[in-house]
Design a protein around this ligand. Structure first.
Ligand code: NAD
Length: 483
């Protein structure tokens, strides 16, 4: 079958890249190329930036409610194609269609609607005393660069674009070259629903190509990035040269801590399993280190492993599949190498550990069995470094203090979950662990108003709610003398 050719969105038009170069896009479940996306270069980014710059004054001048209306129309267009887009997201990323249908695409709609509503409630601050009235305006920054990863493609792409646009900026955005399809569909929908020209520009391409050109561009004033810590460090260094504002959402090595007094009813155990293996473990928030209090370790492990073994790995199109394919061959190989490394570090496999052969159309896909490893030293690479696949390490602990030490024993600090009936303990531990998000007796329960992001090597800044609107605006304080 002839691959589908994707295009950039520049100045309200779908355009081929100026260099006419393309990258292969694979369907992870089959291992076959099914599309090609623009391999854009600095000239494409320049054209997008110029379109964004031209569109900026009129977009910024629109009443908030008018910008909100445009975002709602885009949300409506996505919502109306939920099933279609869920199938496309799954084909591009390897995740089960049922997950894309229930999480990814509805969340993209929610992101657009949330920030459309939020901007209508956004107001300037005033600080008044006898001497002066200080009014702090929050003005759009100008042209923003948005760079997103492959694991939750449309979900994270819209998570950046929506607040940037709502706040009155124009955007040059680059989705991951590994999963560009739904960003291309978003471009088509933007054209279809009459999104104003040049306000949203989508340039496809690689990190070192189009991505770097965005970060280096002197007229792109801020960059919102989600991806690996390695890339985030490069972006921070590059952006510092021109004093760009940056928001960095990066990797994680998240602990799920199960205390002996936890309510381990089936539903909670299912959430703990999901927290490790949802989206094949390819969610930055996945709990990949499962810390379990020693007194319940054996019984917990028995129940946990039997549930993990019951997860079905298979064709993402099949609603019976709990896990689909890993996103790419290099990523599949990386995760398999991590499993091998864990063995060399002294770990033993409690389950999984191997590739899964899926018969039929998926025979050449990149599937890995959900894998649980125990017996590893706490400070080995497997317990400190992000694997970003269906791999969880089981770690026993003796006391609350030890659990805190183990949880903090990594350079990352994105998210943690605590499982206990003792709320005093939950509060104590939550206060002492270095993670930007702490869930107590739940996981991935998201309220878009809350600050989202990580500490340490997991992030710089916060997105979500008013934190996002603050990032995407420049405060200007005007002091009026009252005397
Ligand atoms: P990545 O860093 O390889 O790529 C992310 C994006 O950055 C892609 O669009 C890529 O093309 C671009 N990029 C790469 N090099 C660049 C450069 N030099 N200049 C500009 N752009 C560049 O990450 P990935 O492999 O796509 O995603 C997986 C990673 O993302 C994991 O580490 C995961 O934890 C992280 N992640 C974090 C969050 C969060 O909210 N903290 C959410 C999802 C994923």
């Amino acid at each position: 079958m002839k691959p589908i050719t994707l295009a950039n969105l520049i100045d309200g038009e779908l355009r081929a890249p100026v260099g006419a170069a393309y990258l292969d896009v694979y369907e992870p479940a089959t291992g076959k190329v099914y599309a090609r996306c623009p391999h854009s270069n600095a000239r494409d980014v320049e054209a997008a930036m110029q379109a964004a710059q031209r569109a900026a004054p009129a977009w910024a001048a629109l009443p908030n409610a008018e910008r909100a209306r445009h975002l709602h129309r885009l949300a409506d267009a996505i919502d109306a194609r939920l099933d279609e887009l869920a199938g496309e997201e799954s084909r591009d990323n390897g995740k089960p269609v049922k997950l894309a249908r229930s999480v990814d695409i509805p969340r993209a709609v929610a992101n657009l609607r949330f920030f459309a509503e939020a901007i209508t409630q956004w107001s300037s601050e005033a600080h008044i005393d006898a001497r002066a009235i200080n009014v702090t305006l929050r003005q759009p920054i100008g042209v923003i660069g948005c760079i997103s990863p492959w694991n939750l493609p449309l979900y994270l792409f819209t998570w950046k674009i929506a607040p940037a646009l709502a706040a009155g900026n124009t955007v040059v955005a680059k989705p991951s070259e590994i999963t560009p399809f739904t960003a291309f569909r978003l471009a088509e929908l933007a054209v279809e629903c009459g999104f104003p020209r040049g306000v949203l520009n989508i340039v496809h391409g690689t990190g070192p190509g189009a991505g770097q050109a965005i970060v280096e561009h002197p007229h792109i004033k801020a960059v919102s990035f989600t991806g690996s810590t390695r890339t985030g460090a490069m972006i921070a260094a590059e952006a510092a040269k021109s004093f760009k504002k940056v928001s960095l959402e990066m990797g994680g090595k998240n602990p799920a801590i199960v205390f002996a007094d936890a309510d381990l009813a089936d539903a909670n155990l299912d959430t703990i399993v999901r927290s490790g293996f949802s989206n094949q473990g390819e969610i930055c928030l996945c709990g990949s280190r499962l810390l379990v209090e020693r007194s319940i370790y054996a019984e917990f492990k028995r129940r946990y492993i039997s549930r993990v073994q019951a997860l079905r790995v298979g064709d993402p199109n099949d609603d019976a599949s709990d896990l689909g394919a890993l996103v790419s061959q290099p990523h599949f190989e990386k995760v398999m190498a991590c499993i091998q490394r864990a063995r060399e570090e002294g770990g033993t496999l409690a389950c999984g550990g191997a590739a899964v052969a899926v018969a039929g159309r998926c025979a050449d896909g990149w599937f890995i069995a959900p894998t649980v490893i125990e017996g590893l030293p706490q400070d080995c690479a497997s317990n400190r470094e992000e694997i970003f696949g269906p791999v969880v390490t089981l770690i026993p602990f003796e006391s609350e203090a030890e659990a805190i030490t183990i949880a903090n024993g990594t350079d990352y600090g994105l998210a943690a979950s605590l499982w206990t009936r003792d709320l005093a303990r939950a509060e104590r531990v939550a206060a002492r662990i270095d993670f930007g998000i702490v869930w107590i007796n739940c996981w991935m329960l998201r309220d878009l108003r809350t600050p989202f992001g990580g500490m340490k090597h997991s992030g710089v800044g916060r997105e979500g709610g008013t934190d996002a609107l603050r990032f995407f605006t420049e405060p200007k304080n005007i002091c009026i003398n009252r005397s």
